[in-house]
Design a protein around this ligand. Structure first.
Ligand code: SF4
Length: 348
C-alpha cells in the first residue's frame, strides 16, 4: 500500500498501515478499563450534551453495539445518521465508514474513536492506482464496492454493495467495459452471475473473509450438519465463502447469501434453530441477542477483524469528551464521491 496516497486521500499522516496492523493487532484489553457502568453513564451524558448519534457496525464488540443508537452495515448506518438532526456522528467502525458518513452528512461533524481502525480491503487499492488502471482502459465504467476510501469513490462512476452489485452492473449497457474493485471474490461472483465478459476485476481482498475457504465450510458442515449457513454479503463480504457457495461447492446449498439486515430477517422467520454464521464473528452478538431460542456458530474462531475490535467503551467516551478523532473529507473529494453513491441509490 502506498501510504503517501492515503495521506492525499484525506487520512491523517499518522494513520497506520492497516495491513501492518492486521499482523500486529492491538486488541482492547479489559484489564485496567474503568468500570463499564460508569463509562456507559458518561457516554450517555456526553451524547446528550453534544447532540450526538452513535453508530456501531455489526462487527464491533458487544458493549459498543449495545450503547449505539444504530447498529448495522456501513452504508445503512451512514444513511440513518444522515436522516437524524444530530450535530455529531461518532462512527464505531473503520475509517472508510466514517468517511462515507462524512460524505453523506456534510453538515455534521464525524468522529471515529480510533483513527488507526483501517480496512485491508479498502487499502487494497489507492486513488493513484485506480487512476493508472483507468488510464490503461479508457472509456471504461468504474464500479467500486463501498469498502473503499473516499478518494477511490471520487474516482468511480458507481458504488455498489454486495447486495446490489449484480443489479448495478446489469444497469450498465453491455457496450461499456467495467472496471470492478476492490474485492476479487465479489467481482468474480458478479462476472459469473451476469455472464458478462467485459468486466475486469481488481485483485483485492479482505484478509478476514479471504480466510474463510472450503476447509472452514467443510469443517463447519461436518460439525453442524443440521445448521443453515448464513453467508454475509457486506463488508468485504462477497468473499471466498460466497464464491464457493455460488457454484463451486454444491454441498453448501444449505447456505443463504444475506446482508446483515436480511440475515436477521431470515433467522427471525426461519423454522431452523441452528445457524452457522460465515462472516466476522461480531455478527453473532445481534443474532443471539434477538433470537434467544436459536443457536449460532461462527464459521471459524479466527474470523475476527482486528480493526473492528479496536474500539471500546473507553475510546468511545474519550472520543465524545475530547472530540477525537475528527474525520474530514475535503469538499472537492466529497462532492465527487457523492456522485457514485447517489447513482447507486437511484438504482432500485
Ligand atoms: S472485516 Fe474485512 S472488509 Fe470488514 S472492516 Fe475488517 S478488514 Fe475491512
Amino acid at each position: 500500500m502506498n501510504k503517501s496516497d492515503l495521506s492525499n486521500n484525506s487520512l491523517s499522516s499518522s494513520f497506520s498501515d492497516p495491513l501492518t496492523i492486521a499482523k500486529n493487532p492491538v486488541i482492547p484489553s479489559k484489564r485496567n478499563m474503568p468500570n463499564n457502568v460508569q463509562l456507559v453513564k458518561e457516554i450517555l451524558e456526553l451524547k446528550q450534551e453534544k447532540n450526538a448519534v452513535i453508530l456501531a457496525h455489526n462487527y464491533q464488540i458487544p458493549e459498543v453495539q449495545d450503547i449505539a443508537d444504530f447498529t448495522g452495515d456501513s452504508l445503512g448506518l451512514s444513511l440513518e445518521a444522515a436522516k437524524t438532526t444530530a450535530d455529531l456522528i461518532v462512527f464505531c467502525g473503520v475509517y472508510f465508514m466514517a468517511e462515507t458518513a462524512a460524505i453523506l452528512s456534510p453538515e455534521k461533524r464525524v468522529l471515529i474513536p480510533d483513527k488507526n481502525a483501517g480496512c485491508s480491503l479498502a487499502s487494497s487499492i489507492t486513488a493513484q492506482q485506480l487512476r493508472s488502471w483507468k488510464s490503461e482502459h479508457p472509456n471504461s465504467i468504474v464500479v467500486s464496492y463501498v469498502n473503499t476510501t473516499a478518494a477511490v469513490k471520487a474516482e468511480s462512476d458507481y458504488c455498489c454493495t454486495s447486495t446490489n452489485a449484480v443489479k448495478i452492473v446489469e444497469s450498465i449497457p453491455e457496450k461499456h467495459q467495467i472496471l470492478f474493485l476492490p474485492d476479487m471474490f465479489l467481482g468474480t461472483y458478479v462476472q459469473k452471475i451476469t455472464g458478462r465478459k467485459n468486466i475486469l476485476v481488481w485483485w483485492g481482498e479482505c484478509h478476514v473473509h479471504a480466510a474463510i475457504g472450503s476447509k472452514e465450510i467443510s469443517k463447519a458442515r461436518h460439525n453442524h450438519p443440521k445448521a443453515k449457513f448464513l453467508i454475509h454479503p457486506e463488508c468485504g463480504c462477497i468473499n471466498s465463502a460466497m464464491y464457493l457457495t455460488s457454484e463451486k461447492d454444491p454441498s453448501t446449498t444449505n447456505g443463504k447469501i444475506l446482508s446483515t439486515g436480511n440475515m436477521e430477517k431470515y433467522v427471525r422467520e426461519s423454522q431452523s434453530t441452528e445457524f452457522v454464521v460465515a462472516t466476522e464473528n461480531g455478527m453473532l452478538h445481534p443474532l443471539r441477542k434477538k433470537n434467544p431460542g436459536k443457536t449460532f456458530y461462527p464459521i471459524s474462531d479466527q474470523s475476527v477483524c482486528e480493526f473492528m475490535k479496536m474500539t471500546n467503551l473507553e475510546k468511545l467516551r474519550n472520543s465524545l469528551r475530547e472530540n477525537i478523532f475528527e474525520v474530514k473529507v475535503p469538499e472537492r473529494i466529497a462532492k465527487q464521491a457523492r456522485i457514485p453513491l447517489e447513482r447507486m441509490l437511484a438504482i432500485k
